[in-house]
Write a protein of this length. Structure first.
Length: 238
């Protein structure tokens, strides 16, 4: 079984719960953090800026991504510049398109040319990857987030898309590839085998990391015991 400390792929914690984000920040196996408006909504965050500024008082020396939330590119630009000003470790998440399907290429190029670190998100296709790479040419540092889990949900070739993205960016030292929307702990192993730079993991996955070294015979026995104990406690009879 693979030990987490031996993996070369970096783990980024994905979430929007302040206490848990700080806990993950202090966890030595976590190399960075990400969040998004949907996670923040689920966490009950009411004031976007206030939440981010408060988090950044603690999270100072690991990269963290915050996303713009406008559908207008000019307004996205204004939001991006404000978000970037919050800290040197901040990456601005820019969706690959707006809700109308219009490309964010010009915005990404502008931010890259103006020394803004970006995380290009919601990428699903190789065509999107090929299209956006030139816009990141002058970026000081950037991430391309491939939503592998969601691609897999459609029956798509998610590993193929990740591999092709790695191949396309290997000569761009300022671009790192993120395996986003992780679905299971085995995705971490897959990402590592493909030499993906980063994989984002949510609380559900993080809570299962200890299973990476678990003996399968022991795991089988634990499962049988669980079934037995649950049936016994429920008082089932036939």
């Amino acid at each position: 079984m693979v030990k987490i400390k031996k993996l070369k792929v970096k783990l980024f914690a994905d979430g929007a719960n302040k206490d848990n984000m700080i806990k993950m920040y202090n966890n030595p196996i976590i190399d960075g953090l990400t969040t998004n408006p949907t996670l923040m909504k689920k966490a009950g965050i009411k004031n976007y800026k206030e939440f981010a500024i408060e988090i950044l008082k603690t999270i100072k020396n690991k990269p963290i991504s915050f996303e713009v939330f406008s559908d207008d590119f000019e307004e996205m630009k204004k939001q991006a510049l404000k978000i970037a000003s919050w800290g040197d470790n901040v990456y601005v998440k820019i969706p690959i398109t707006n809700t109308k399907g219009e490309t964010s290429y010009d915005l990404v190029k502008y931010l890259s040319d103006n020394n803004i670190k970006t995380n290009i998100t919601a990428i699903f296709t190789q065509q999107q990857v090929k299209h956006i790479i030139p816009a990141l040419k002058n970026s000081p540092a950037s991430y391309i987030s491939i939503f592998a889990g969601r691609i897999a949900d459609t029956g798509g070739r998610y590993k193929h898309t990740i591999k092709k993205t790695i191949d396309k960016t290997k000569h761009h030292k300022n671009i790192k590839v993120i395996w986003a929307s992780c679905r299971e702990t085995y995705n971490i192993i897959e990402a590592n085998e493909l030499k993906c730079d980063i994989i984002t993991v949510n609380d559900n996955i993080l809570n299962k990391l200890n299973l990476l070294n678990k003996n399968l015979n022991d795991f089988s026995l634990d499962t049988v015991k669980m079934f037995y104990n649950d049936a016994k406690e429920s008082g089932y009879t036939i």
